[in-house]
Write a protein that binds this ligand. Sequence first.
Ligand SMILES: Nc1ncnc2c1ncn2[C@@H]1O[C@H](COP(=O)(O)OP(=O)(O)OP(=O)(O)O)[C@@H](O)[C@H]1O
Ligand SMILES: [Mg+2]
Length: 232
Amino acid sequence: MMKSVDVLNLDHVSKSFPATGQGGEPIQILEDVSLSIQRATSTAITGQSGSGKSTLLQISAGLLSADTGNIKFEGKDLPGMNDEQRSRLRSRSMGFIFQNSLLLDDFTALENVKISAMIAQSSEHVALKKALDMLKLVGLGDRLDHKSDQLSGGERQRVAIARALVNEPSVIFADEPTGSLDEHNAQLVEDLLFSLVEDREVALMLITHNLNFAGRCNLIYRLHNRHVEVRS
Ligand SMILES: Nc1ncnc2c1ncn2[C@@H]1O[C@H](COP(=O)(O)OP(=O)(O)OP(=O)(O)O)[C@@H](O)[C@H]1O
Ligand SMILES: [Mg+2]
């Protein structure tokens, strides 16, 4: 059996936000949260609106700092890095998909994906080849030259997935990736994400309110009252 490999490790992470407005109290969002995300494994994060799921994802990706606790990405201490090291790590090793992923408006599907590869320091012709391969993989080989406003919502989301994957990240952070899609496109995106976990051995951290979607994951965590628990 393949040894499981932790891509991401959160150890006793706590996070509060300062008070907003006058006389408000700081709000504690996460307390003592420990979890790990493994290669070739899908992990769902569920929980009510406001329970801290997106906060947890942003902390995991080094986009937001925790108050206390350790966060290791591929064994490296995320909070200990400077901004430049963190953003380099993000562009090379992390892929992001959000509910309404934004594409660059004036650019075609192909350019949107290619630019992401170039930011991670691929040469232009390598970036072009990678972008083409990825767009074909997500079924958009015949929409390469369409600009953002010439694509359907589902197609835009698949471009966003191609863009998230073009640098072969070790983890995909997906925050409600099917939240604004119709059933058919949601199913396409769902299937695509799980096939990537299987075929490319990426780790998927998936936030979703959809319990069927979460149910397809290898592991489900639920955030509740500032803590995480494993759902069986
Ligand atoms: N910058 C901030 N300052 C103050 N409070 C914040 C800030 N960001 C988030 N919060 C609060 O933290 C809580 C958790 O927010 P978060 O976005 O993580 O929730 P969520 O579980 O992703 O919810 P949803 O399912 O609605 O997306 C919310 O109550 C929110 O109001
Ligand atoms: Mg959220």
